[in-house]
Design a protein around this ligand. Structure first.
Ligand code: BG6
Length: 487
């Protein structure tokens, strides 16, 4: 069934997010025949470009693989480029431009407005779009992260935009929640009875959440050097993953209840101490046989920058389900591998064959790449009845479902088009996460250096070793692997 007719307005349309993610997502939605003919796309950017120059600038051929010429033609036919500068632009001209598109398509006043913009101009842009006609339709405003830079600024921002917008009109994006395997955390937990009984401190020893990147800061030094890994990744993506693993089952009103439960987890987080945190900054090194420069040598980064490009924390959730179970979170740039996963490590079984209890069971949720879910269980070693061996039951998502699984931003756009808030963090979650992160930043020691291409600073290994544990970094693709020496 097609989605409701609506005008899509993208601010920041010449930027990377729009070219790499938003426009390709629209292409895929058109390809799946989900958009009505009354769904025009108005792209707003500061660059003074003609319609043709804008289409060329999108370089769709780079970002959309195996294009279908008909779908592409349909996409391009929907796009109108309007150049507008928030500082110096004339808002009447902007409104006339949007109204012209409205008249041409004439179907509805529904508007999905995407702010692919820096946080600093969110408020101004809200004031601008507030002048657009939408009496006879809904409007849904999508805010890219970061939503604020600390608790105080997130509150201020919210208060200012709430003068013009209702909470039901606001969609705060965390694109990790659009990822298929992140949504599957909830399915794994709540649609599989075998897991619900073991999901807590009585059976789980600890949880490891890793988002590791090989990329450096690319062309984003201006933004990144002011923010660092904690604000760029921990405050949003990693704490969202933690919330999804830890939350209590939502009730039937899934959207609001899910958001209530996610926020409850954030409120139960124990404030961090210095010893729970390791920050790092990458030096020069080698990744995939290529030499890469140190963070401080990246264009746009201050020579003596103390911004962290890596962060690891030991989080504790103070509630009945999770008391005593550490959640180890880590993320960094210029690391050895690009991968994101969650490892749920169970307690060692005391009644195993031969009395040794075997290896701890393990659930691995592979978010990217090679999306899937794996479960390590113990079986009897052939010919040696008193011995067990840990084997992996491995589910490969794309092998089973094919390559048509939506990309994160396609899911995000579709959810907004359907008016579904469940995968968008609510303001109370954002505030609780900033509170936690403000404290983290206040007590953390300065970053230590790690070579590009490594798994991060040695101090991050020591964080787990101090608890008698270790990061489970080995690639568990093989059918049999060992977790010995975990304890
Ligand atoms: C963004 C961060 O939110 O997420 C980037 O700002 C980071 O620094 C990116 O590279 C990672 O997203 P993904 O989907 O590539 O894992």
């Amino acid at each position: 069934m097609k989605l409701e007719s609506q005008m899509i307005i993208i601010f920041g349309a010449t930027g990377d997010l729009s070219r790499r993610k938003l426009i390709p997502s629209l292409y895929y939605l058109i390809g799946k025949q989900l958009l009505t003919d009354c769904t025009p796309v108005v792209c707003i950017g500061r660059k003074n470009l003609t319609q043709q120059e804008f289409i060329k600038h999108l370089s769709v051929e780079q970002f959309i693989r195996n294009q279908d010429p008909q779908v592409m033609q349909d996409l391009i036919g929907r796009i109108t480029y309007l150049s507008f500068d928030m500082e110096s632009g004339n808002s009447d001209e902007f409104i006339d431009g949007v109204n012209d598109v409205q008249k041409k398509y004439g179907c509805t006043q529904n508007k999905l407005i995407y702010f692919a913009l820096p946080t600093s101009i969110f408020e101004q842009t809200v004031q601008l779009i507030n002048k657009l006609d939408s009496e006879n339709g809904w409007r849904r405003i999508v805010f890219e992260k970061p939503f604020g830079a600390d608790l105080a600024s997130a509150r201020r921002l919210d208060a200012n935009i709430r003068t013009f917008l209702g909470e039901d009109e606001i969609y705060r994006v965390d694109h990790y929640l659009g990822k298929e395997l992140v949504q599957n955390i909830l399915t794994l937990r709540f649609a599989n009875e075998i897991f619900s009984g073991v999901w807590g401190a009585h059976a789980i020893d600890h949880v490891q959440i890793t988002v590791s990147e090989t990329l450096g800061v690319e062309k984003r030094a201006g933004y990144y050097d002011k923010n660092g890994a904690v604000r760029d990744m921990i405050q949003n993506h990693l704490l969202q993953l933690l919330s999804f693993v830890a939350l209590e089952p939502p009730d039937d009103d899934v959207a609001e209840s899910l958001r209530d439960q996610a926020e409850a987890v954030m409120r139960d987080l124990q404030p961090l101490e210095e010893a729970d945190i390791v920050l790092g900054q990458y030096g020069s090194g080698v990744i995939d046989s290529e030499k890469v420069r140190a963070y401080r040598m990246e264009p746009g980064v201050a020579e003596n920058s103390t911004t962290e490009t890596y962060a690891a924390i030991r989080a504790h959730i103070n509630n009945d389900r999770w008391r005593g179970v550490p959640f180890y979170l880590r993320t960094g740039k210029r690391l050895r591998q690009r991968h994101a996963d969650i490892k749920i490590v169970f307690r060692q079984c005391v009644r195993g064959s031969g009395g040794n209890g075997g290896e701890p069971n393990l659930i691995i949720i592979r978010i990217q790449p090679d999306e899937g879910i794996a479960l390590a269980v113990n079986v009897q070693k052939p010919g040696e009845e008193d011995k067990t061996v840990s084997v992996l039951m491995d589910f490969c998502h794309h092998c089973h479902f094919g390559p048509n699984t939506p990309e994160a931003y396609e899911s995000i756009l579709r959810n907004v088009m359907e008016g579904d808030h469940s995968l968008f963090p609510r303001q109370d979650w954002i505030e609780s996460s900033w509170k936690y992160v403000d404290r983290l930043r206040a007590v953390a020691s300065a970053p230590t250096a790690y070579p590009a291409g490594s798994t991060g600073p040695e101090e991050a290994d020591a964080l787990l070793e101090a608890d008698g544990r270790r990061w489970l970094d080995e690639e568990p693709a093989a059918a049999v692997f060992s977790l010995s020496s975990l304890h």
